[in-house]
Design a protein around this ligand. Sequence first.
Ligand SMILES: Cc1cc2nc3c(=O)[nH]c(=O)nc-3n(C[C@H](O)[C@H](O)[C@H](O)COP(=O)(O)O)c2cc1C
Length: 169
Amino acid sequence: MRKVDPWEVFPQVQETLSAGGAFLLSVDEGGRPNPMTIGWGLLGTVWYRNVFLVLVRPSRYSHGLIERGGHFAVCVPRPGELREALEFCGTRSGRELDKVEALGLGVTPGRAGPVPLLAECNLHYECRVVTHTSLSPEDILSPEISSKYYPTGDLHSLFFGEILAAWRQ
Ligand SMILES: Cc1cc2nc3c(=O)[nH]c(=O)nc-3n(C[C@H](O)[C@H](O)[C@H](O)COP(=O)(O)O)c2cc1C
C-alpha cells in the first residue's frame, strides 16, 4: 500500500459514494471488524486537520462500535466493484452476523489505527474520532429533508474523524 494525499484521491471517493457507496469499518471489543455501507461523507479541514465526516444513525450497530472504539476506517472500492458486498453491508446488521466472514472478504491490519481494512478495496482512510454530535429535529431547517430522511426520527450522528493516513492499494 502506498500513502496518498487524502484530497488527491477524494474525487474517486465521491464518485464511488454516489454510485453504490463505500464501506465504513469499525471494530468490536474483540477487534472484529464490521463493515457498513455509507453513501454520504465529507472531507474537510477542521482544527487545521484533515477530517472525514461520516453520518451514522443511532440504530446502526456501527454507531455504538464507533462511539466505544473511537476509530473508523473508510474503505473505497474501485468504481463499479463489490456491488453485492455493498448491498449486503447496507442491508444486514453486524448484530445478526459477521459480515466479513459471510462475504468471505479479506482484511488487512490497519497501519495507522486499530481498525482493519478491506483488502478488496483500493482506497482507505484511517480515522480517529475527535468528536461527535447528533442532529436534533429542530436543527433541520428544511421540511423537505426532515420528512424525506427523518420521518421516524433516528437522526444521524456526525462523527468527525481526523485522518491518520490515507492509502492506495
Ligand atoms: C447505498 C447505501 C448507503 C447507506 N448510507 C448510510 C449512511 O450514510 N449512514 C447510515 O447510518 N446508514 C447508511 N446506510 C444503511 C446502513 O448501511 C445499514 O443500515 C447497515 O445494515 C448498518 O449496518 P450495521 O447495523 O452492521 O452497522 C446505507 C445503505 C446503503 C445501501
